[in-house]
Ligand binder design. Sequence first.
Ligand code: 3IO
Length: 336
Amino acid sequence: MVRRSIFSVTLFLFTIVTCLLLFHAPVMAGKIKLNYANFPPAPTFPCVQMERWKVEVEKRTNGQVQINTFPGGTLLGAKGMMDGVIAGQSDIGNICMAYQPGRFIVTNATSLPLGIKDAKKGSLALLKLYEKYQPKAFKDVVVLAMFTNAPGNVMSKVPVRTLADIKGLDLRASGGAAQILKAWGANPVGMPMPATVEALQKGTVKGLFSSLEVMKDFKFAENCKYVTMTETVLYPFSVIMNKAKWDSLPKDVQKVMMDLKEEQSLWTGNYMDEQIKKSIAWSKEVNNVEFITLSAGEKAKWAGKLDFITEKWIAGAKEKGLPAEEIIKDIIAFAQ
Ligand code: 3IO
């Protein structure tokens, strides 16, 4: 009798423990919910990388973390993103630093005409730059990824073949890209990328200066039938998290996110470079866009107009006490 009851008690305990083990995981699932805000529409590259990050984090935390994504400015818009994340209006956000040039002096140096070849190289250079200098601009947030778009080209409703053609032309660009357009004699009009759709339709601008994947992702090829291959200027981006929210996360979750940082940055650069190829093919085949290559002589003239821009940035950054020359040298070296 005694032996039988010991057996039943043991069986009973065993069943309880098994049940606890089995149901423990589902009970934990989705316990940590994080909001992730993004400013452009869902099909564009900042949002594609956001969805990829969400999937990876949910997978690598075994469902302990659930990420709710808000593309298209539904939670925070382009200009309010940084302060919105600092204030906790969203846990995570994706910022384009060119929209606040004075705020991100060190990281925006990647927008200078330094000859960075593609988005993968640009993204790695930007991340390494951030890691080395830990700019004060990010002291109130935690950086989860950094990436750039691919080198920019002029997309326009009218053909741009020479500096005479671009003179006085209203083209949309922000930050470092606006400075470059100005140096070429164009009239830069500043606004975040999503606002460009309406500006092009209404004719407020005659084109834009950015990476070519937008020809397809925003359907700009329907309006802009010409592309001039200038192949310069990157826009730097960063994914940031509210600091208090970060501090509240378990160590293993933090580790998953930190382990993803460089991988995610490179993944995004790579995705961007691939999208550019698809967008160029689509623009030619479906929308009959003409791609204009500048002659060597013309290209040299265009490049010559930009020489002062990096010098000017160095002088300004030095005044602010930054190791300006070292920053420039590092960006070039990191982007090799
Ligand atoms: C960009 C911003 C949002 C969605 C797609 C994009 N491709 C390139 C950019 C860079 C940018 O912000 C800009 O203003 O050219």
